[in-house]
Design a protein around this ligand. Structure first.
Ligand SMILES: Nc1ncnc2c1ncn2[C@@H]1O[C@H](COP(=O)(O)OP(=O)(O)OP(=O)(O)O)[C@@H](O)[C@H]1O
Length: 258
C-alpha cells in the first residue's frame, strides 16, 4: 500500500499539488489524469522516492520512502520513466535481467530463476523474439515494451508507470492495459499510471486521481470522478461521454458550444 499525507509539490512559484492525502491499496489500478504541466510526472517521481516532497510525506508499506535503502526500495516499487536513453550496447535480455538485481544480495550474476522471470516478462510484452537484439536498434514502441517487461521482471508490489502507452500501436496499447489490469487483479499489485487517453484509462483503471493544475486534486473510483463535467474542468476542454454497448467512450466536445 502507498499513502501520502498532506503531500505538497511545487515548481517555481506554482503549487502543483496541495496537501494530497491519499491511499492506494493492493488490487487497485490508479490512473493519474491532468493537462500538460499539471504535475503528474512530478507526483509520480515523488511517489517513487526519486524527488523529495515540498511538504508532507509519502510512505510505501507503512515506511517513509525518503531515506530508504535503495535495494529495499527497489523490491517494493518499480518505476517506468516517461523517456529513456540507451548509452550502451546492452542486449534486450540484459536490460530486463538488470531489473532482477535488487534480489541479488550477495552475488552479481543472475540465476536460472532470474532468466525465467525475464523471459516470461518479455513474452508477456510480445518482445521475446527481440531478446538478443542491441536495445539501441529497437523501434520506439519495441523499446517501450521492453522497459515495461523490465518492470514486470522487477516483480514489485507497487508499479509506477509514466505514460506506459507512449509510442505503442493500438493493439499493444490495449494489450498492455489488459496486462496491467490483470496483474493488479490476479497478483494483488498496486499500479499507478499516468495516461492521456481517457478511453484506455477508463478501460483499465479502478480509480483515478485528477490533478486540476492549480494544486487542487480529486481522487475516487473511475465511476465517481471520470464524469464529463469534472474531466472537462480538469483538462480544460469539454468532454462528452457516450455509451457504446457495454462500453463507455469519451470524446472531446465542441469547445465553441460551452
Ligand atoms: N525546475 C523547474 N523550474 C520551474 N518549473 C519546473 C521545473 N521543473 C518542472 N517544472 C514545471 O512543473 C510543471 C509540472 O511538470 P510535470 O512534468 O510534472 O508535468 P506533467 O503533468 O507530467 O506534464 P505532461 O503531461 O506534459 O507530461 C511543468 O509546468 C514544468 O514546466
Amino acid at each position: 500500500m502507498i499513502e501520502t499525507s498532506s503531500l505538497t509539490l511545487r515548481a517555481g512559484e506554482r503549487t502543483l499539488v496541495d496537501a494530497l492525502t491519499w491511499r492506494a491499496w493492493p488490487g487497485q489500478l490508479w490512473c493519474v489524469i491532468g493537462r500538460n504541466g499539471a504535475g503528474k510526472s512530478t507526483l509520480l517521481r515523488t511517489l517513487a522516492g526519486i524527488r523529495a516532497p515540498d511538504g508532507g510525506s509519502v510512505s510505501i508499506g507503512g515506511c517513509p520512502v525518503l531515506g530508504r535503502d535503495p535495494a529495499e526500495l527497489a523490491r517494493e516499487r518499480s518505476f517506468l520513466a516517461q523517456s529513456r536513453s540507451d548509452a550502451f550496447a546492452y542486449r534486450v535480455i540484459e536490460t530486463v535481467l538488470m531489473a532482477r538485481h535488487p534480489y541479488h544480495a550477495d552475488r552479481y550474476w543472475e540465476g536460472s530463476d532470474d532468466h525465467m522471470a525475464a523471459e516470461q516478462a518479455l513474452a508477456a510484452l510480445d518482445v521475446l523474439h527481440l531478446a538478443r537484439r542491441d536495445v539501441r536498434t529497437l523501434s520506439g514502441g519495441e523499446r517501450q515494451r521492453v522497459a515495461i517487461a523490465a518492470l514486470l521482471a522487477q516483480d514489485t508490489p507497487l508499479m509506477l508507470l509514466d505514460e506506459p502507452a507512449n509510442a505503442l500501436d493500438l493493439a499493444h496499447q490495449v494489450s498492455v492495459m489488459r496486462l496491467l489490469s490483470r496483474v493488479c487483479r490476479e497478483q494483488r499489485k498496486t499500479v499507478i499510471m499516468i495516461g492521456h487517453d481517457l478511453n484506455l484509462a477508463h478501460s483499465a483503471a479502478s480509480d483515478a486521481l485528477l490533478l486540476m493544475g492549480d494544486g487542487s486534486w480529486l481522487a475516487g473510483s473511475v465511476g465517481e470522478v471520470m464524469q464529463p463535467p469534472i474531466l472537462g474542468r480538469c483538462l480544460g476542454h469539454p468532454i462528452e461521454m457516450l455509451r457504446h454497448g457495454e462500453r463507455t467512450v469519451f470524446i472531446a466536445g465542441d469547445a465553441t458550444t460551452t
